[in-house]
Design a protein around this ligand. Sequence first.
Ligand SMILES: [Zn+2]
Length: 75
Amino acid sequence: MKRKPNRDVEPVVPEQILEQALAASETDKRVAPPAKCVVCGSDTAPTSSEGLCWVCRRLKISAWRDNDLQMGAQE
Ligand SMILES: [Zn+2]
């Protein structure tokens, strides 16, 4: 049984509080904020260079694996 990621759930943290937290954290870290995931808008993993968060990277990797299996089965 496959579990679907809950992309449509409401954010747990209200936007206003989130903005305040972000504004407060800006003074802490002077480094550039992590890029947003191009798929779901989450913070990307610090090690990611492809604009994907770890969730979407895992989905992408598992999709590759599925493709490989399908291609292999067609041969
Ligand atoms: Zn993502």
